[in-house]
Design a protein around this ligand. Structure first.
Ligand code: GRF
Length: 212
């Protein structure tokens, strides 16, 4: 059994998708939020998952917050740390500590459109495809070895909101898939890239590509 700790800051729909996927070999040890009002906390509690709040506003520095967060996470002895809409910039010490055992999901086809407002920026750039990326977290924001990506079309009349809904539906498929592979020991990081072991293509459909 692999222990998972999930960090959220808000809605928590990716966390819900991961819980609902009931991934074999995965035990969700805790859901931790930096915001006491994160809507996702209620869902986790209703599913009997331990929840914790480490309010970043109670800490004078980013470093002090990350230290407190790390202590809380490590008390759960996680094999994998999953960032699911966790809206904090992490210190280098934090990313180093969870190197090769921390995943993030970003709502763009990285390395395009890292950072915020990804959907509007993809529309403004005239992109015909948008999508999402699950990747291992490194010190550089929204970078790191890519586990899986999925793409959706951008429609002529899309708004950031309509596009984000389409991408989010895909996020909910891809994040559990990435974690399933982790549980199966199939994610090998080689020269900064993920090589999926025993890959059988295609994974979900032609617009979803595993690493390899
Ligand atoms: C998602 O779009 C995710 O890709 C991004 O933040 C959003 C979180 O949504 N990192 P939710 O809290 O999982 O519903």
């Amino acid at each position: 059994m692999k222990n998972l700790v999930i960090l959220i800051s808000g809605r928590g729909s990716n966390m819900e998708a991961i819980v609902d996927a009931r991934i074999p070999g995965i035990r969700i040890a805790a859901v931790i939020s930096n915001r006491p009002d994160a809507a996702g906390l209620a869902f986790a509690q209703a599913h009997g998952i331990a929840t914790r709040v480490i309010d970043h506003r109670a800490y004078a520095t980013r470093d002090a917050f990350d230290q407190a967060l790390m202590a809380e996470i490590d008390a759960q002895e996680p094999d994998l740390l999953v960032l699911a809409g966790f809206m904090r910039i992490l210190t280098d010490g934090f990313t180093r500590h969870y190197q090769e055992r921390m995943l993030n999901i970003h709502p763009s086809l990285l390395p395009a459109f890292s950072g915020l407002n990804t959907h509007q920026r993809a529309i403004d750039a005239g992109c015909k495809l948008a999508g999402c990326t699950v990747h291992f977290v490194t010190a550089e924001l929204d970078h790191g070895p890519i586990v899986i990506q999925g793409a959706v079309p951008v429609m002529a009349d899309d708004t950031a909101e309509s596009l984000s809904r389409r991408v989010l539906a895909l996020e909910h498929q891809l994040y559990p898939q990435a974690i399933r592979w982790f549980a199966e020991h199939r994610l090998l990081i080689q020269d900064g890239r993920v090589v999926l072991q025993d890959a059988q293509a295609p994974v979900i459909d032609s617009l979803v590509h595993p690493a390899g």
